[in-house]
Design a protein around this ligand. Sequence first.
Ligand SMILES: C[S@@+](CC[C@H](N)C(=O)[O-])C[C@H]1O[C@@H](n2cnc3c(N)ncnc32)[C@H](O)[C@@H]1O
Length: 260
Amino acid sequence: MSLKNWDNKTWLSSKKYIQSFLIFLLKQIKLKKDSQILDIGCGRGKIIGTLFSKLRLRYRPIGIDLERHKDRDKRFSFKRIHAISYLKQNKKKYDLILIKQTIHFLNFNDIKRLLFLCKKSLKDGGKILIFTLETSNNEIPTFPLMKKKLRFSLNRDKKMIRFISKLYPKIKKRKFLFKVKISKNNYIKMIKNRYISTLLDLSSNEILKGINEIQLKYKKMLNFNDKLTCLIIDKQLKFLKGSLFRSPTKRAPLSRLIGI
Ligand SMILES: C[S@@+](CC[C@H](N)C(=O)[O-])C[C@H]1O[C@@H](n2cnc3c(N)ncnc32)[C@H](O)[C@@H]1O
């Protein structure tokens, strides 16, 4: 099952969220009219579409995703392709490569390849901005099974962040926070639509049970913080030198590298 409803009329596609996200983004990287942007896992592409208008960019940003949304933003060029396949044949150089709430879909070896290829595709002074759910004190409203799944996935994310930080020891970390106010009914619609990847493999009965639990647990309005960690890799950042994965005999076990 694929992630179709992530940014389908949720707070993640609201004007307020996009504006506040872009204010944060533009504090991390200075973009100019002729900046070139790639968004990996762009979804409906509202973020890069809005950025295109806001900065009056000369070139349309490129957004790639495995999912082709019919109702995607029209202000960017879309390609339906796997991130690694795209980067392997890509000859363009970008000022910004955005990877928002997408990197956790890849296994660790692919993350390593992806970041290596992304870095090769950066212009001098360019940056990769990776956004991923904050792993501690996450406030996303959940029902018990969803909470268990989310905890499991956030634990993996923790290891993933450690893994990336070991590959790029001088990586910068920032926090993005958005105050969400949403009615319980609208949030229940999002759960029905399986807006987050932790809900994708639940059965219909498990979703129904979860909705009843949300009904009982929360008041009419939900107020919480949607918190993201932002990892910043710039062109100058050195990739960890050494023998990681170089030859079978010298290979460091992935488990040791990520501390599991
Ligand atoms: C949680 S959504 C995030 C969408 C958007 N970046 C945002 O933050 O609103 C993750 C997106 O990544 C896409 N995706 C997952 N794996 C991918 C891959 N290997 N290559 C390209 N896109 C991928 C999914 O199809 C999905 O649209």
